[in-house]
Design a protein around this ligand. Structure first.
Ligand code: 6R9
Length: 655
């Protein structure tokens, strides 16, 4: 890449694609934008040729806002596209998954191996009574059985709901109940920084209040002595031992592929529903275009399968493209902060996709951890999850990419299913900190509160103005919420509202400003303030609580909770029977138990009252300003100004 000039601010620097990269790129010419714009449906129909269909569509798109059907009446199978079809070519013996576990164990599965594993589990699930449309919950560590389980479900037309292994028993239970899952696939445990994560124990706790689950399949990962309950639980390896692969089920393009829960603006996580045809076309195409994926690549996405990035760009997108995918279990700094560089060196990774929060952590640990590793195999870098600050972009570009690799920042969401704003690395000049421009065929805009498009330079709301193939279809069991939250924001206009703020610059590049709703983004993970607050008030000592996201150097945002205690608890602390510190620790542990470690507050601030408007709404904006030591702004609607002075005195400017 050629650098424009050193003498400008990082965010004004432009990095042009190198001739060498462009010459070999999957997309070499800007014509693609004009072509896609001229007829998005034709564009997507052409892209759909990447897949194998059992029956082609009658119509590309049926759009009854806000309900879309893509590739109407077409038939296909996602697992067939990710696995079986590659067996007809030399890819049969190509590495599909290269796995490295935290304890250092490694496994390589060719596409043929993957077919055998997936097919056998699919047959076994059928025997357990799982049929088309039945939901299967998956609560596994990042081991090959996780993508295998996802694909096995897809093979028999059973939608999966993957629950991140770091979530608590309660979070698992809520998701299972919302989806009415029939079977749960879990493990005896997983490894995380040298410790065992007790997945089966959590699962058993979750199932005490989840009557829909009939059977539990347990992968032996940790290998501790363990008794299973033969009435309900069975070992994965015993279950599949005698099986052979069943044929893939023919499903409709609009049949549900999976549900994935994500945080919204209320306390209840929503089950984002993705269907089969459009989703698979979307993720397969974008991976090919934005990451320039080639047959020879060794592709590594560090996300967990518990998130959408793991679904779209670790499992479905890369495998449908027949790629070699690296799968790793563990943490970037375990056993040492060089784990990532070691993996890139060891497997010759060529495309590396990770999160800004990880990059900022590496910056802090220092470049010396990269010393001695050969990273010359890398040819493209990607980021996702939150806005990347120009400093982190430049560090990634310089130290990891050695100034040779484009850094493709990808903006998208659980709901969009696929990349929406991202560079095409062979043709798009890059600006550190900007996700650049919408992909071909997509209409994205920045609008004001009424939905009027804003000119460059003005900050507003990020919307998508036309349907796209991998878009969510509904919120599971709550269509009203889908219509209202995503499409009902601008009456009279069918615009998809992302929940993000943004501005365009004079080159029409998009700069994402973060969430404008009550969603906090901690290390790329979405949490809702309501969810945190309901967890806090469930604690017997808490009268009222407000959660905010405080700017954090590495995580982007950190959770800070403001809590009012019940009078009797307050009195006990005053009398010295309990301490503030112990109370703070107890509440942090409580939130961890309720939601998971990612939700653990960095700090709990105690206050006699929360600042509220005259109509009784908590003014989180003020709490955030206090926690960050910022100017408080307009206080005219505040009903109880005295609490602000007190909070500022106690907690203002505090680290
Ligand atoms: C893929 C994923 C979505 C939210 C989204 C936005 C933030 C994601 C971003 C980004 C700036 C990027 N976000 N990618 N912000 N630049 N490249 O992360 O999905 O977990 O649903 O989160 O993450 O705020 O609205 P999800």
């Amino acid at each position: 890449m050629a650098r424009q000039s050193e003498a400008v601010l990082p965010e004004e620097q432009i990095f042009y694609p190198s001739e060498r990269f462009t010459r070999q790129a999957n997309v070499k010419s800007r014509e693609i934008y004009a072509k896609a714009q001229a007829s998005p449906e034709l564009f997507w129909a052409l892209q759909a040729e990447r897949l194998d269909w059992f029956r082609k569509w009658d119509k590309v798109l049926e759009w009854n806002p806000p309900f879309a059907r893509w590739f109407v009446n077409a038939k296909l199978n996602a697992c067939y596209n990710c696995v079986d079809r590659h067996l007809k070519t030399w890819r049969r013996n190509k590495a599909a998954l290269i796995f490295e576990g935290e304890p250092g164990d490694a496994r390589v599965l060719t596409y043929w191996d993957l077919y055998r594993e997936v097919g056998r589990l699919a047959s076994a699930l059928k025997k357990l009574g799982v049929g088309k449309g039945d939901r299967v919950a998956i609560y596994l560590p990042m081991i090959p059985e996780l993508p295998i389980a996802m694909l096995a479900c897809a093979r028999i037309g059973a939608p999966h709901l993957v629950v991140f292994g770091g979530f608590s028993a309660e979070a698992l239970r809520d998701r299972i109940n919302d989806a009415g899952a029939k079977v749960l696939i879990t493990a005896d445990g997983g490894w995380r920084r040298g410790k065992v994560v007790p997945l089966l124990r959590n699962a058993r706790m979750a199932l005490e209040g989840a009557p829909s689950v009939e059977r539990v399949v347990v992968v032996k990962r940790i290998g501790q002595e363990l008794e299973l309950d033969p009435r309900k639980e069975c070992w994965y390896h015993e279950l599949v031992a005698e099986e052979s692969p069943c044929p893939p089920e023919e499903v409709d393009s609009e049949d549900m592929l999976f549900i994935l829960y994500t945080s919204g603006t209320t306390g209840k996580p929503k089950g984002v529903v993705h269907t089969t045809g459009g989703y698979l076309v979307g993720v397969t195409t974008t991976l090919h275009m934005t990451f320039d994926l080639k047959e020879e690549d060794v592709y590594w996405c560090t996300a967990d399968c518990g998130w959408i990035t793991g679904h779209s760009y670790l499992v479905y997108g890369p495998l449908a493209n027949g790629a070699t995918v690296v799968l790793y279990e563990g943490a970037p700094d375990w056993p040492r902060p060089d784990r990532f560089w070691q993996i890139i060196d060891r497997y010759g990774v060529t495309i590396f996709y990770t999160a800004p929060t990880a990059i900022r952590a590496f910056m802090r640990w220092g470049e010396q951890w990269l010393d001695g590793y050969d990273l010359s195999s890398l040819r493209l870098l990607g980021t996702v999850g939150e806005p990347i600050n120009p400093e982190a972009w430049l560090w990634f570009y310089q130290y990891v990419g050695r100034g040779r690799c484009p850094v493709v920042d990808t903006w998208w969401q659980t709901e969009t299913g696929m990349h929406i704003i991202a560079a095409l690395p062979g043709i798009t000049p890059l600006k550190p900190g900007s996700a650049t421009v919408p992909l071909p065929g997509l209409k994205v805009d920045v609008v004001d509160k009424e939905g009027n498009p804003l000119p460059p330079g003005k900050e507003g709301l990020l919307v998508i103005r036309e349907p796209w193939p991998a878009m969510m279809r509904t919120v599971y069991g709550d269509e009203e919420r889908y219509v209202k939250e995503y499409w009902g924001r601008f009456p009279g206009k069918w615009y998809y509202f992302s929940g993000d703020g943004a501005r365009k610059d004079s080159h029409h590049y998009f700069w994402i400003l973060g969430r404008v709703d009550d969603v906090i983004n901690v290390a790329g993970h979405r949490l809702s303030t309501m969810e945190l607050e309901s967890a806090l008030v469930e604690h017997p000592a808490v009268a009222e609580a407000a959660a905010i996201g405080k700017t954090h150097e590495i995580k982007g945002q950190a959770v800070v909770a403001f809590v009012t205690l019940k009078d009797e608890v307050f009195a006990e602390i005053k009398r010295g029977k309990r301490s503030w510190q112990a109370m703070e620790e107890e509440l942090k542990a409580h939130v961890t138990a309720k939601i998971g470690a990612i939700a653990r507050p960095d700090a709990v601030y105690f206050t006699a009252e929360l600042p509220k408007t005259r109509s009784g709404k908590i003014m989180r904006r003020l709490l955030r300003a206090i926690a960050e030591g910022k100017v408080l702004g307009d206080l005219s609607t505040l009903a109880n100004p005295e609490v602000i002075a007190e909070l500022k005195r106690r907690y203002g400017d505090q680290e």
